[in-house]
Every structure is written in C-alpha cells, then in structure tokens.
Design a protein around this ligand. Sequence first.
Ligand code: IPD
Ligand code: CA
Ligand code: CA
Length: 270
Amino acid sequence: MSTLLSEEKIVPFVEALIVEAGDKIRKRINESTSYEMKKNFADLVTAVDQDLELFLIKELQNRFPSHYYLTEETNPTQTVEKDSNDQFIWVIDPIDGTMNFVHGFNRYAISIALCKGEEIILGFILDVNNNTLYSAIKGAGAFCQGERIQVSNTSSINNSLLALGFSAEQWEQKIDVVSIMTAIAGAARGIRITGSSCLDLADVATGKLDSFFHYGLAPWDMAAGSLLVQEANGICTGMKGEPNFIKSNGILVTNGHLHHPYIELMSRHV
Ligand code: IPD
Ligand code: CA
Ligand code: CA
C-alpha cells in the first residue's frame, strides 16, 4: 500500500464506515419489501440501496475530496478522466444481493473497493446478516474479521464446489443458462447460486467454495471480492483466462489449482 494511504489510516476508516453502513441496513429491514424494477423484473432496487450509497459517498467525499466514484445506483462521478493512472476511484455496491434482501433471504453484503487507476488496491465486504467483515490490501493479504484467509487446496473438479450466477438480462433471455448448467452437471461435486457475487468471492477466498464464475457482472459486483481472492492466493481471470477480468465478458475465479481445468471444461460448452 502506498505511503499516502497508510498515512491517512484509510483501512480502519473504511472498516468502521462499512460496519456503520451494515447497522443502517439492519435497522431498515422492514423496508426491504418495497422495491422498484430497473432493467427488468429480475433487476430490483430499494430506497435502502439508494440511501446507503449516498451515505457512503458522502462520508468518503468528506474524507477524500479529490477522489472519484463508480457506483451502482447513483453514478455521482461522470467525469473521471480517462487514462489517468493516478486517480483514486471508489467502486461501491451498497447492497450486493438486493433480490435476496427483498425476499428476506439472508445473503447480501456491502462491497467497497478503492482503485488507483485500473489497479484495485483495497477491498472491503461486509456480510450484513452475519456482521462479518472481509478486507483485502494489495500486497499485504486478505482477512476475515482480522484473521488472514486462504483459498482451498482442492485440486480436482470432481471434488470441487462452485458458485455461479446469472445477470438479470441473461436470466430473462435464458442466454447461456442451459449451456453453463450442462458444463457443470456431472463434473463438479455441486453448484450453488446464492445471489450475492461478492459473498461468493469472499467464500472462495476463505476456501468454502473452490470456484466461482459469472458472465455480465459490473465492476462494483466484483472489485472488492476479486482482490480478496487474489490476496488469499486464488486466481481471477476472464472466462478464457484473459488477465483483465473487469473488462472481460465474464469472470472465472478459482483457488488456482482448478483454474485451467475449469477454463478447459467451460470452453467445451459455452
Ligand atoms: C447481483 C448479485 C448477483 C448476480 C447479479 C448481480 P445486485 O447484484 O451480485 O449475485 O448474479 O448479476 O446483479 O444487483 O444485487 O447488486
Ligand atoms: Ca451487485
Ligand atoms: Ca447492488
């Protein structure tokens, strides 16, 4: 981490902020069933998502007035200058797993990442229902509740548990859904579709899951979680192994041992 960031004590500041934001969500749980649709019937937003995002931006802006923002619901910074590697950009998903939140299915999280140019340098995820905090610092490790975490050692697809998900558009149009299921059935030990990509990434980082993949994610779904996985010694790429997974059409995440086997398996079906 750069001297600038450590001097500003940015990590404890954001950790305290995300925990406070988690309290705010839990206090408004009775509002979760009131939602609006965005792109289609499977793409939902609540007032809690919007208010929480504005709260996080305001607090970060007060502390870091020169930084930029890339966020899901309100898009406050339209003016990030392209091709500058010196800009600090906060990438925020106020609730990852809004559909779960709306349905009372207890798996959703807040995801905050800090990028310097295109490099993700900090990642924070709060599992709201379990009040569990994950943090990752580029080059310094990945942590759950302050304890260092590590991906699994699983080395065969037959012994692996993976998670995946579908974007709202894929789900509505049934794109890839069947071919992805066909690829996994009979190969992996099992699949989970949990509805919170950032928590799936956190679960790969702690070794509960061995792999995760998803087409059509946005940067705020995966920025913090991907750093968590990488700092826990896992690998994140595009579906064909492309290094820039944020700009790829899909992301493949594994414990490392399973990366090439999964690329090979998926390439035969999708
Ligand atoms: C969603 C979750 C889900 C994924 C969807 C995302 P949201 O984020 O990450 O796991 O499958 O594609 O949109 O909309 O709840 O922030
Ligand atoms: Ca999300
Ligand atoms: Ca969201």
